[in-house]
Design a protein around this ligand. Sequence first.
Ligand code: NAP
Ligand code: MG
Length: 404
Amino acid sequence: MKVKTPIVEMDGDEMARVMWRMVKDKLLLPYLDMTLQYYDLGLKNRNETDDKVTTDAAEAVKKHGVGVKCATITPNKERVKEYNLKQEWKSPNGTIRALLDGTVFRAPILVKNIPASVRTWKKPIHIGRHAYGDIYKNAEIRVPGPGRGELVFTPEGGGKPVRLTIQNFEGPGILQGIHNTDKSIQSFAKACFTYAYDMKLHLWFGTKDTISKTYDAQFRQIFDEEYRRNWEQKFKDTGLEYNFTLIDDTVARIMRSEGGLLWACKNYDGDVMSDMLGSAYGSLAMMTSVLVSPDGFYEFEASHGTVQKHYYKYLKGEKTSTNSMALIFAWAGALKKRGELDRTSDIADFATHLERAAVETVENGVMTGDLIRVAEPSPRNRQVQTEEFIDAIAEQLKGRLRRK
Ligand code: NAP
Ligand code: MG
C-alpha cells in the first residue's frame, strides 16, 4: 500500500527506541510503501547537532503536516554526565510544542479485560493538554542572596514599563517567570470545544482563578467567550455540557464521574494528570497522544517516556516485557490522519486493522508485564517479552489482513 505524502518520523531514546525499530520492521514496513522524513532525536544526535535536529523536525512537520515521534530523554544533571553532553538540552517535546503551538489530546486505549482502577469510570476520559507556555517556556533565577525579585513588562515602541515586586529576598531562594498569550489560549479553547463536539464528549475545565486572578482568570474568560460565541447552542442541541470549576474541585469530580468527557487542562495539569489517567486505565503504555496545532499540523506520540529502567536491563542482556501499545497507536494515528488528508482510505483502513490487531492480542490474553498485573484473571493470560508481544500482534494483523 502506498502512502502518498511523506510522514515525518522522529526517532528517540532507550527502550522506546528499541521498540520503535521493531514496530516499524514487523508491523509497518512489510505492508506500507512510505516515504519517511527521518529525524534522529536520540540524545546523542541532539547533542551532536546542538539540538538543531529538533527544530528541523518541527519545521518538517509544518511542511508535511503529519509527524510521529518516539519518546525522548529530557536531560537532567545525571543525563549530562551519562551522555557527556555539551549542555542540558531542553525537552524536545517542549521545543516542538513551542514551535507548533496547539493542544495535546490524550485518550486511553481500552481493552475489555482491563477494567479501569476507578470503579465509577465506565467511559473513557480524554485529556486536552494546552501545549504552549507556562512553566514549559519559563525563565528561572537561582537567587543567590538578599535582593529584590521583580516582574517587568516593557511595551514595544516606548511607554512606561510595568514593574511589580515579586519578593524582597532576605536570603537565597528561587524565582520564576512564566507567560501565555491570548492567541494560544484561544486556539486551545477552540481545539477543545471542537474535539469534544466531534467526539460527543462533555467538556470540563478547571483553573485556580481564585488565587491567580489575572493569569488563570484569563484562561477561564477566554473559554467562556469561546463557549458563548460558538458552542452554547450546539452543545445544548446535542445534550453536551461545558463545565468550569476550580481545578481542585474538577479533580474531585473526575474521581466520582462515570467518564465520557474531555478534560481540558493547563499545560502542567495535563502533564501530571495524563499520567494518573494512564495508570488508572491500566498502564502508562495504554494512552495515545496527539498534538493538534491550530494551523492543522498533527504530531502523534506515546505519552510514556523512554522506559529507562527496562532499557538498562535490556542492555545487560536481561529479558524485558515492555509494552509497545502506545507506540503502535502513535503510528496508527499518523497513518489514519495521512489517509484522511490524502483521501487514501486503504491507508486509514490499514491503521484501523493495526489498532484492532493490537487490542485483540491483549484481549486474547497475550500481555506484557504492566498489563498482566492489572488484567482480569484468566487461564488464557500469558506474559510475553517485549519482542514476543510485537510478534503476536504481527500474527494477529496478518490474519486480519488475510481475511479482509
Ligand atoms: P517512563 O519512561 O514513562 O517510565 C516510568 C515507568 O512506567 C517505567 O519504569 C515502567 O514501570 C512504566 N512504563 C512506562 N512505559 C511503559 C511501557 N511502555 N511498558 C511497560 N511499562 C512502562 O518515565 P520515566 O522513567 O520517568 O522517564 C524516563 C525518560 O523518559 C526520562 O529521561 C524522561 O525525560 C523521558 N520522558 C519522555 C517523554 C516523551 O518523550 N514523551 C515523556 C515522559 C518522560 P516499571 O519500571 O514499574 O515497569
Ligand atoms: Mg508527564
